[in-house]
Design a binder for this molecule. Sequence first.
Ligand code: PHE
Length: 448
Amino acid sequence: MAEKSKRSQFVTRTGVIAATVGSAVGLGNIWRFPYEAGMNGGGAFLLIYVICVFAVGVPVMLAEFVLGRGTHRGGAGAIAAISGKRFFKSVPIIGILASVLILSFYSVVAGWILEYLYWSVTQLFDPQVVDDYSARFGGFVANPVRTVGWTVLFLVLNFLVIVRGVEKGIERMSNILMPLLFLILVMFCVNSLMMPGAAEGLDFLFNPDFTKLSPSMVIDAMGQAFFSLSLGMTCLLTYASYFNDETPLLKSAVTVSVLDTLVAVLAGVVIFPAVFTYGMTPEAGSKLVFEILPAMFVQMPGGAVWAIFFFVLLFFAAITSTISMCEIPTAFFIENCKMKRRGAAAVVIGGLLVLSTLCALSFGPLSGVTMYGKTIFDLFDYVSSNILLPIGGIIVSIFVGWVVDRKFLNHQLSINNRCPQWLLTLLRIAMRWLAPACIIVIFIYGLM
Ligand code: PHE
C-alpha cells in the first residue's frame, strides 16, 4: 500500500468526472460519430450505438475503474497485482498497440483542425472567397506538405506537454474549456434547427431505418462506442488509479457515458440538418464535418469568430485525448526499458511521426496503397477501434467478472453508491456474461 500513499489523487468528485470526460470527449464525438452515423444510415446506427454504450461500454468502464481504483496501479501493474496469468497480461499490450494506431490517425485529424483554425483566422470563411468546401478540403488533404506539416506540429505540441509534465495544467484548462465546447455545441444546434433541412436531418439521425441494419454497421457502432468512451486500452484504468476511495464508481461510469453520448448526439444535431440544407450527402465519410462546418459558419452571423472559437475548443478536446493516449506507451517505456520520461516520450513521438505521416499521405500520394480495400488511415482506424479495443474490453471485463475476488468487486462497487445486492449481482453478470457475449456475438455477426 506504499504505492497508494505516493499517488496523487483527484480531490473532488467533479474533478474525477471532468478528467475522465476530458479523455473521453474528443474528435471521437465531433468528427467520428457524425461520420460513422452518416455512413451507416443515421437512426439505426444511433440506436445500436446507444445499446453498445450501455450494455457493453458501461460494464467495461466499470471493470477498468474497479481494477484501477482497487489496486491504485495503472495498466500492467493493476493486472499483475491480482493475477499472474499470462493470458491477462495481453491487455496492456493490446492497449499499447491500439493507442499507437489511434494516435497515428488521430494526430492527422487534429492537424486538419489546426489547418481549419488557420483558415478561419486568415479570413478564409469570407463568403466572397470560398464556395466549394468539398473541393477545398480535397485539395488540402491531397497536399502532402500541408497535411504532414500540421500533423508534425500537433505531435511536437504533444511532446512538449508530455516532457514538461504540464498535463495537469492542460487538464485543468480543459475543465473550463469542455463545458464551453458543450455550450457552443448547444448554440450551434439551435442554429442548425432553424435551417430548412432541419426536419430531414433530425429524421435521418433519430428515425431508425432498420433496412440499414447490417453486420458491418453493428461492428462500426461497437467500435465507435469503445473509441468514444476511451475503453479497452487501459486508459481509464490508469485514470481510476488516481480516484480516491470515496469516488462512487457506478455513478461516475454512468455520468461519463451519458455526457459523452450527449456530446456525440449534439454534434449529430449540428451536422445533419446542415447536410440536408446544403444538399450534401451524409455518406461523405471522414471528410463530412470538414465540409459541412465551413459552409455552416459562412451562413452564421459572426461566423469567422465562431469558427475560431470552435476550432480552438476542438483542438483542446483533441489534445486532452491524445495526451491521455500518449501516456500508455510512454509509461511502458519508462517502466520496462528503464528510460527517463524525456527519452520515452521522444521514442513514442518519434515513432508516431513516421506512422502518422503514412496516415496523412493516405489522402494524397499514398491513396493507392490499400489493404482489404482500405487506405493506411482507414486500416489503422478500423483495426484499432473495431478489433483491438473490443478485444481489450472483453479481456478486462472477463478478468474483473471471473478472476477478481467477489468481495473486492462488491466493495469497490458499493463505496458511496449504496448498491443493493440485486444491483451488485446484476453488475457482476454484466461483466461476466453480458459485455463479453455482446462483443463476441457482434464479432461473429460481423464475420458473416
Ligand atoms: N475517446 C477519445 C475521443 O472520443 C479518444 C480516445 C480513445 C482517447 C482512447 C483516449 C483513449 O476522441
